[in-house]
Design a protein around this ligand. Sequence first.
Ligand code: CP
Length: 310
Amino acid sequence: MKYLIDPIDLSVEQINQLIDLANDIIKDSTRYQEVCKHKILATLFFEPSTRTRLSFESAMLYLGGQVLGFSEANSSSSSKGETVSDTIRVVSSYCDIIAMRHPKEGAPLVASMKSQVPLINAGDGGHNHPTQTLTDLLTIKREKGRLDHLTIGFCGDLKFGRTVHSLLKALSRYEKVKFIFISPSELKIPEYLKNDLLDAKNLEYEEVERIEDVIDQLNIIYMTRVQKERFFNEQDYIRLKDTYILDLKKLENSKKDLIIMHPLPRVNEIATEIDDDPRAKYFDQVTNGKYMRMALIMTMLGLENEVERL
Ligand code: CP
């Protein structure tokens, strides 16, 4: 696999193989601790991150490899005007694989065309976040035992939230998945996803404004933060940022086996009183993210069969 830019770059079969490999790593990660010995991962983050960058770096270190990179554009020569294409040509001669985040949609795709080594999109603007999607799919599979026959509610900033866009695309390929979009009118799911994906594939979905009106139907509620960094106008952000705060009261009518997901970072969207509730899975997503990224790094380096599965 030369690059991963969009979750649909992966076939359903490849996703299943990654989930199987991640689950095997979870069973006993010590068996994988030398798989990437002498390999180097570069993390090029032109936009802030805690989970994605550090879980990629942690994943490579747990595989016995090494890491280099930068965590902000200002500490790289892009602050002097160097293009993404030139940066990638240079860095790809220093490493074996690259994970790159950029605020501009499409920047990792451009980079992948210049890279001499496999390149992973670690988030591009409001567009895609395929490794969060793989993490979310692993979490859903582990919690629900399936990726089909599910009703999932996406709640919050559905306009700018790249984790929603990516997970929606990935789940659209499974049987009988119903989508319920919960957002204020200003932050609705983009028209291109409705026209080119949901309507084109005749998928079942509805749009509502209140969590309470649909909570009893959901197998999964996927909360998201309002994406401050993508707003043009701060007043709009302040007006919309606390539209949804999920608390125990709003969960009163939920299914007993509902799971609550959030890609994090959280601002106010989920009250901390929910953190220890058995339905809360957002910190499990974080843990799963490291194992999924271990599986992905191995696979993209062609090392997925280095360890015999348990
Ligand atoms: N979920 C996620 O992408 O978090 P970070 O922005 O901290 O990487």
